[in-house]
Design a protein around this ligand. Structure first.
Ligand code: F6R
Length: 242
């Protein structure tokens, strides 16, 4: 595992974008695994700028997002799909047919999860997976206690995650209680993983994930078992790593 500690969020966003850009240039037909949430917003901004300056193209890239609330309509103001369109998809040259998302309106959840896994398999898996980390150590929406062997599945969000995400919805009551998420097993199959952590709220989770035992109680700790993980943390998030 490679750890880069950077001074602040701006630098974290720049470094993360540089890694994504370098991988996209190395392999234009790259399969990217993408995260939502506050952490990668700065990185997406940098990617859009790099695209506008002609430094990177996504025209042959494929994307899979990690997760989506359930149930939620794709055009709901707080759906992860809408978020991705606003932050990245609508501003770069990604081909619509190569954008993959879990459908928050799927009637048959099991079928939807199998469809996603089959699509992942069909493209040969993820080359570079970008991850954030929850305050409770979750990755994707794999909450503490999620078995490591699970592939894409439906989850009940914990109270803590719903509270953390209420900042986007305005009120806790409006946060969906469930989500569909790529499982730990699906995430661990990615060839390369980039984990981003910003802010002191993430300091305990990051320390537990990187320095503690590998345990399902801290989902991100599984990354210690992956052969190619880069962690970029700003000073605030890294403060308990010493
Ligand atoms: C989002 C996701 C989550 C977030 C995590 C951190 O697609 O999978 O695991 O990465 O909840 O969220 P922020 O970045 O908002 O602190």
């Amino acid at each position: 595992m490679k750890l880069e500690i950077v001074p602040d969020y701006a630098e974290l966003s720049r470094r993360a974008a540089e890694i994504v850009i370098a991988e996209c240039r190395k392999r234009p037909q790259i399969v990217l695994g993408l995260a939502t949430g506050a952490t990668p917003i700065g990185m997406y901004r940098q990617l859009v700028q790099a695209y506008q300056r002609g430094r990177v193209s996504f025209s042959r890239a494929t994307t899979f997002n990690l997760d989506e609330y359930y149930p939620i309509a794709p055009d709901h103001p707080h759906s992860f799909r809408r978020f991705m369109h606003q932050q990245l998809f609508d501003q770069v040259d990604l081909a619509a047919e190569r954008i993959h998302f879990l459908r928050g309106t799927a009637a048959d959840v099991e079928r939807e999860c199998s469809r996603y896994e089959a699509e992942l398999e069909a493209v040969g898996g993820i080359d570079l997976q970008v991850l954030g980390i929850g305050e409770n150590g979750h990755i994707g929406f794999n909450e503490p206690g999620t078995p490591f062997h699970l592939k894409t599945h439906k989850v009940a969000l914990t109270e803590q995650t719903m509270r953390a995400n209420a900042r986007f919805f305005g009120s806790l009551a409006d946060v969906p209680r469930h989500a569909l998420t790529m499982g730990i097993c699906s995430i661990m199959r990615s060839r390369k993983i980039l984990l981003l952590a910003s802010g002191e709220k993430k300091a305990d989770a990051l320390a537990a994930a990187l320095l503690g035992p590998v345990t399902e109680a801290v989902p991100a700790s599984v990354l210690q078992l992956h052969p190619d993980v880069t962690v970029i943390a700003d000073k605030a998030a890294a403060q308990r790593l010493a």
